[in-house]
Design a protein around this ligand. Structure first.
Ligand SMILES: CC(C)(COP(=O)(O)OP(=O)(O)OC[C@H]1O[C@@H](n2cnc3c(N)ncnc32)[C@H](O)[C@@H]1OP(=O)(O)O)[C@@H](O)C(=O)NCCC(=O)NCCS
Length: 193
């Protein structure tokens, strides 16, 4: 399976009906020179979504490690990680990370790819950025001969979980996610392609 998407041409514009002003939404693979902006955008979107729900010390430590520029640069360099950026009029409005990781045992439609991060900018929540990014993920996964996409999503993230169900994902199991001293229970979702 050739997983090297780093040189894939940018995808064509995806028009989402809910986009404000009707501008075209472009989704493109991230490149190494995006590292700094991606680290800052990843940190901001994660904070906007979850900071208020966690112990500040645990949260800040996780964020400073997971979204350091060095960490993001090395993830961009990995042959098993794939980031896509959503842009409206050149402004970043969302991103997604796919990764070839070892899926939990409840994921049985193999090969499977993990949807490791999916975030829309807070001011664009509800504008259709997430669905467009999911479409990019399913296109990518199908083109790379995957039979399913899986992800872990915090059980308390009710809106996120409703979104994944709306996008055709189904709960197939549970797993834990460690955020500092906080051990969270995640639903494992799968979308069979
Ligand atoms: C989950 C997420 C990626 C979905 O992307 P999106 O572009 O907002 O997707 P949609 O436009 O389909 O909207 C999703 C739903 O959120 C609802 N919503 C949007 N903004 C909202 C807000 N401020 N408060 C409450 N609900 C809101 C929408 O009404 C929509 O519900 P609907 O399907 O009944 O219409 C995005 O909302 C997000 O980044 N959320 C925070 C991070 C997160 O939870 N990521 C996923 C888990 S790691």
């Amino acid at each position: 399976m050739n997983m090297d998407n780093k040189k894939e041409p940018a995808m064509t514009a995806i028009r989402s009906e809910k986009n404000r002003g009707g501008e075209d939404l472009y989704i493109r693979p991230a490149v190494l020179s995006d590292a700094r902006q991606l680290a800052a955008f990843g940190k901001k979107t994660f904070q906007d979504a979850f900071a208020r729900l966690h112990n500040k010390e645990d949260f800040d430590q996780y964020v400073s490690e997971a979204f350091s520029e060095d960490r993001i640069r090395s993830e961009l360099n990995e042959s098993t990680s794939f980031f896509f950026i959503a842009e409206l009029s050149r402004q970043w409005v969302g991103y997604v990370k796919l990764a070839h990781t070892r899926p939990p045992d409840c994921v049985t439609k193999l090969p499977a790819i993990e949807l490791a991060r999916l975030y829309a900018a807070q001011e664009y929540w509800g504008c259709g950025i997430g669905p467009a990014l999911i479409k990019a993920c399913t296109d990518f996964a199908r083109n790379h001969a995957c039979r399913s996409i899986w992800l872990g999503s915090w059980k308390e993230n009710l809106r996120g979980n409703r979104f994944y169900q709306k996008m055709g994902f189904e709960i197939t199991g549970t797993k834990t996610f460690v955020l500092g001293s906080d051990i969270q229970e995640d639903h494992v979702f799968i979308k069979v392609l």
